[in-house]
Design a protein around this ligand. Sequence first.
Ligand code: BDP
Length: 607
Amino acid sequence: MLRPQSTPTRDLVSLDGVWKFALVKDSLEKEAPWTRPLSGCLEAPVPASYNDVFLSPDIHNHVGWVCYQRRVVVPRGWSQERYFVRIEAATHKGRVYINDTFVTEHVGGYTPFDAEVTELVQPGGEFRLTIAVNNELTNTTIPPGIIEVLASGQKKQQYFHDFYNYAGLARSVWLYSVPARHVEDVTVLTDVQATTGIVRYDIKTTELGAGETVHVTVQDEADVAVGKAAGSHGEIHIDGATLWQPGAAYLYRLCAQVRGADGTLLDTYSVAIGIRTVQVRGTQFLINGKPFFFTGFGKHEDSAIRGKGHDPAYMVHDFQLMDWIGANSFRTSHYPYAEEVMDFADRHGIVVIDETPAVGLNLAVNSGFFEGVGKDASTWSPEFINDDTRAAHADSIRELVARDKNHACIVLWSIANEPATDEPGARAYFEPLVALTRSLDPSRPVAYINVMFANYKNDLVADLFDVVCLNRYYGWYVHTGDLVKAEAQFEEELRGWDRTYGKPIIMTEYGADTLAGLRSFYDAPWSEDFQVSYYNMCHRVHDRVPALVGEQVWNFADFQTSAAHVFRVDGNKKGIFTRDRKPKAIAAVLKARWSQKLQDMGYPGMK
Ligand code: BDP
């Protein structure tokens, strides 16, 4: 799915700003709020999650539909164009209405979709745009949840993941035009042979008329054309290509054009491409043929007031912090992030593990935390994660790859976080999803993120994947505070994975909740001192296991979680930075360690 773009043949109008807003208290169909201007005086910012913007508990805790509405004018010059509203994220389900007409519905809270306006409003015309957004999670959504209807008739949402279920229009909304004949999709795969960069491209267009053709050019960073080809697929060779490297990004621009029989330009669209290779060999993770060691974070899109709302100031600041501390990578735990974030990582050479929103597919992790859910039930069953859930999961993989396939920064797909891979049914569930991911993108390795219950002895799926990604909390959830025992067991387990699978191991989570400012002479859990000792313990183990090729700590910053989690006080406090991005004592320790690691790797540093 191509991001809307402003080019000589395409226009782009931002619809971000402050929209009218209302809760739907009854049924959406009955209230039909799209049929008239929204009453009431609430207004909500776009992009932002709505939950923490208002003071009303009714809005904060609302389960069900809300409506956003604004007026939009179609530019009068668009008489030859087709035009669409692009919603970058409606969490978790969105419906779009143009005046009184329902246009489209989309399920999946972190991937974009379009609503076509062309036939409904003339150029120069004005329309009422209503976007209804629903935040409900059930056993057949990704991520899953359970809705309970209370005696009062109010709905209560439970979910199985450890971050707040922020909802609304958290990313930008656009009105954009494309010409009748246009580029619909661009897929680029790169390879390297000796010093030649190979760009394999595939351009999908609308049906072309007689004599209409597709042309592709590749320009370097100085805007000099370094390759061209004709036809909707082919290969371009760039001699002496500059590779995209971690810490030294280099982006070419691939421009796809549709031309008329007389050579006139009908459409032009370009994507930034990095020439690089990714490969798993034995226990090594290779980028451009060189062993790569991941330093960095599991992150969240999370900040005060905005919730998951994309904010360019936070984005740039977070990348500054990553650069400062020596992080060369992060994982988009636990859902695809805003496309701006992927573009930024591309431009600055930061390596990304890109994750679907499949988090919480595990009743065992959560059985202790939720009333009435879990305990003896099994995860992979008709009552919980069933064939419909898997269909939704497959859609989330399709949409992730469709959106992100051309990003050089992405080196690994993560198709789930902490699923119950020790429970019967896991293999039958995952086999087709792994096959699907590989068929959609044969160029990148595939992983799932493993939880501690599924160890190297009882995990049922690890052999299907290319990399072993582990979330472990020895010394925190297990042997809390006893770092001696933790160190021994952690090492035993890592060696077990190495022996059993012989694949590269990435620590995708390890960490300890830490209250900023709490100090302790006795290394008491929750103190900044304990967090330092905990990480030092883990790193001693990492350094003794050569198959370990990455450490991404949990988490980049403190983040908000569900109020139902009584063991969290105003959120998860495992951040290396506080929620407002102030460093805890551990930050300096990681900076020293990772700076050294990057130096040892010959890492060029952030551009
Ligand atoms: C892991 C989850 C992550 C949690 C973390 C924690 O993957 O989302 O926030 O544990 O408990 O189980 O802090």
